[in-house]
Design a binder for this molecule. Structure first.
Ligand code: ADP
Ligand code: MG
Length: 210
């Protein structure tokens, strides 16, 4: 299964969710590949920040080129799960990464600006579905502030949207940035912590959905 974590907006959590989801699947014993499809190379940087001698949970490769739509499905045959950390803005790369995916996961922060900004990505997905009707897509709320209702407001805002909002939501937590700084995931840093639990929940819901 190829999961494209995509959103034309920057800073919504594509890289954060990609590497943590990849980590959760690897931790379940699945063979995982993380593909960095963003020319900025954040996932590659993340993997190189890992302490020397600490074995990686999964390989990370760079593929920020339009040929990803042809090349990745071939490469993916060797893996149980492939997670694509997508690029913002560049619609040619976005389109190619969408075409490479079986499922597109769109991280969205609980703010009206982020909700409105998903329209471009939704449009790209709709276009891609003409060529690839099996393509499915869903929104994942990221950076929900604990004990606020705005996460629920997001659900309401998306009630009429073409694609569903996953029930599992990711909370705003400093651990996501802290762990990434060391090239680690929240599952590795605090296996039984709240962050690891919500990432595992999201990973499980994606698998049920796809
Ligand atoms: P994108 O890849 O979409 O540009 P990032 O994953 O790089 O987004 O996230 C943007 C910034 O927000 C980063 O500094 C990241 O550490 C932070 N961030 C993302 N998700 C969370 C979260 N759930 N809690 C705290 N910080 C987060
Ligand atoms: Mg990124």
């Amino acid at each position: 299964m190829i999961i494209g974590v995509l959103n034309q907006k920057g800073g919504v959590g594509k890289t954060t969710l990609s590497l943590n989801l990849a980590s959760a699947y690897a931790d379940e014993g699945r063979k995982v590949l993380l593909v960095d499809a963003d020319p900025q190379g954040s996932s590659l940087r993340w993997s190189s920040a890992r302490a020397e001698g600490l074995a990686p949970l999964f390989p990370v490769v760079g593929m920020a080129k339009p040929s990803i739509s042809r090349e990745l499905p071939v490469m993916a045959k060797d893996y149980d799960v492939v997670v694509v950390d997508g690029a913002p803005r560049v619609s040619e790369l976005g389109r190619a990464a969408i075409m490479a995916s079986d499922m597109v996961l769109m991280p969205v922060q609980p703010s009206p600006f982020d909700i409105w900004a998903t329209e471009d990505t939704v449009q790209l997905i709709r276009e891609a579905q003409h060529f690839k009707p099996s393509l499915i897509a869903a929104f994942a709320v990221n950076r929900k502030i604990a004990n606020t209702a705005i996460g629920r407001d997001v659900l309401d805002a998306f009630a009429e949207a073409d694609f569903p909002v996953l029930k599992a939501q990711v909370t705003q937590r400093v651990l996501y940035a802290e762990s990434a700084m060391q090239g680690l995931s929240v599952v590795e840093v605090a296996r039984y912590g709240d962050a690891a639990r919500e990432i595992r929940k999201l990973a499980a819901e994606i698998r049920r959905f796809a």
